[in-house]
Structures are given as C-alpha cells and as structure tokens.
Design a protein around this ligand. Structure first.
Ligand code: 2P0
Length: 299
C-alpha cells in the first residue's frame, strides 16, 4: 500500500498565517494548479520504532520529530509505531522538493493505514496543519480561502508549466519562518491582505471564463506583491538571484514579441513559466535552447 500526491504551484499566492484551529487559517486566499509530473509517494508500514526515510535515507531526529508531531496531531492515541517511507520523483537537487505533495501524500497514507475515514475536504484541512500549500494538493485547481476552506475550481484552459532551475540548494530561510517575519514586520501586510483577496476573486472569474491572459496577469501581480511583502520585512527576505531577474526579463521580452507566457516565483530563486498547451512545443524549444539543462516540466 502506498499513496501519491502531486505538488502544486500557486497562481494566487499564500503568504502568512492567521491561526491554527487546529486547521490552518491563512491570512490571504490562494489558488493553485496541480503539477501533473512532480509527485511524492509515501508508504507506511508497522514498525518496532517510529522511523522516517526520505528517498531511502533515514532522517535525523529533528526531521523525524517534525513529521511525527504532525502524525500525532492527525492520529490521536496512536497504538502502532510506524515506518514512513517517502519518495520525491522530482530531482532532489532541483530545489523543487515540495512540502505540498509531501504532507498531502502522508495525509492520504495515514488515512488509509489507520482507517481514519477522512473525506476529501477533511484530508485537505488535515494536510494544511503540516503545510499550508499541501491543503491544495488534492484538486487540479484548488482555492484555499481565508476561512481555511478548500474548494475545487474548474476551468477549460489547458495549462502547461515549466520550471527554470536557478538554484538547487535548500532555501536559507524556511517559508514558515519567513512568513512569521513578514507578518510581524512588513508595512505592506494590510495592502497584501486587501489586494490578494481581490486577486483571488479576479482569478476565480478568469478561470471560469477561460481567460488565460487574465490568469497570467493576476498570477504575476500576486507573485510581485508577495515578493514585495517579503522584501519589505525586517530582516528583508529576498529569494531572488541574478538569474531569476534575467529569466523574468526574458519572459517579458517574449511576451512583447507576441508569445503568451507568464512567470511566477515562490519561496526560492527558481522561476516557473506558465503558458497554454497549444504553445507548448514552441515555448519549450525556446527555453530548452536558452536554459539548457535547467528546464523541468511541471504541468
Ligand atoms: C504558495 N508558498 O502559495 C506560497 C507561495 C511559497 C510562496 O505555500 O509554513 O511550505 O508549511 O504553511 O506551504 C510555501 O509554504 O508553508 C508556500 P507552511 P508552505 O505556494
């Protein structure tokens, strides 16, 4: 028995928590697209001792405790010790390893192994305790709203996405810690809450109306404002590297040339590029030539 969950990329970003109820209530709504390529596979077996393996490597006490703290929030009065085996199919060196697929795969596997009988909506909420973005990893398009509710959205747009790998290293500061710093210190927090709520509303409409360009424009606005919030924090949080800026400029230049593509970035220097399936061959050729060896398919 094992469980699989795909990672997701936000097109309206989640940044900062309000509280845990115990489920996460975020400060802003977010909307995501599910990867069709990058996933986590997790298997639980009964064991004499609680153990956590990631890509066949036994994890240290700190990582193990983190995961089992989550397990014990999900499974009350657990009567079995377990061994958790987790595999990420994304190149680990690519800096794409995502807690979104990780906590969702673990939630699904815990649900099966301990017969918790959790329905989809509850699975999403449970996953949110591990990682906010994980709450969105069950649906192809997911809305995680300001009340902590998760909704499946629909669109007929055929999305395609690649990531350009800028930096494969583990991030210097975890999103969790960085979000807390932003919440405590950024002067832009009120603007962020107001504008990103507005972006989520516009994005919902754009998806429903199959307006790809509107989706792209709003994704960039949410991305840019989130990174402004990070940079305006004290200490300033800056995930950009010189190559990140260069790729964004390249995306903008291609757009001026009439190609429909849009960029986004998360809590790391890698840049993701969104376009429509119908343009996939052309756009992948351009990027594979320019950024040879750095391109990973996401959707
Ligand atoms: C997102 N990110 O919407 C945003 C955009 C990164 C930037 O959700 O603290 O690992 O575990 O809830 O989910 C990454 O943060 O953070 C994230 P926690 P998570 O995808």
């Amino acid at each position: 028995m094992s469980s699989i969950a795909y990672m997701n990329i936000a097109i309206v970003k989640y940044w900062c928590k309000d509280k845990f109820t115990p489920y996460l209530i975020p400060l802003v709504p977010s909307i995501s697209l599910l990867s069709t390529k990058l996933y986590t596979k997790t298997e639980i077996k009964e064991s004499g001792k609680d153990l956590f393996y990631l890509n066949d490597i036994l994890q240290d006490e700190k990582e193990t405790n983190k995961v089992f703290t989550f397990v014990d929030k999900v499974v009350k009065n657990r009567n079995k010790k377990i061994c958790i085996n987790t595999y990420n199919n994304m190149p680990t060196a690519a800096g794409l390893a995502s807690s979104s697929s990780g906590y969702m795969a673990l939630s699904i596997e815990l649900n099966k192994f301990f017969n918790l009988d959790l329905e989809d909506n509850m699975l999403c909420k449970i996953a949110s305790i591990g990682s906010g973005s994980a709450s969105r990893s069950l649906y192809p398009i997911a809305l995680f709203d300001k009340n902590g509710e998760i909704e499946k959205l629909e669109s007929n747009i055929q999305f395609s996405m690649i990531a350009v790998i800028v930096n494969a290293n583990r991030k210097k500061i975890s999103s969790r810690a960085a979000m807390q710093i932003s919440k405590d210190t950024s002067k832009l927090l009120d603007v962020w809450i107001e504008k990103n709520t507005e972006y989520a509303d516009i994005m919902k409409r754009a998806l429903k109306e199959n307006d790809f360009n509107k989706v792209g424009i709003i994704m960039e606005k949410s991305t840019n404002l989130m990174h402004e919030v990070m940079k305006s924090s004290t200490p300033s949080i800056d995930y950009f590297m010189p190559l990140s800026y260069e790729i964004i400029e390249f995306v903008k230049k291609l757009r001026l040339d009439g190609i429909n593509i849009y960029y986004t970035m998360d809590a790391g220097a890698n840049v993701k590029v969104l376009f429509e399936k119908k343009d996939e061959v052309k756009i992948k050729k351009i990027f594979n030539e320019k950024y040879e060896g750095k391109i990973i398919d996401v959707i």
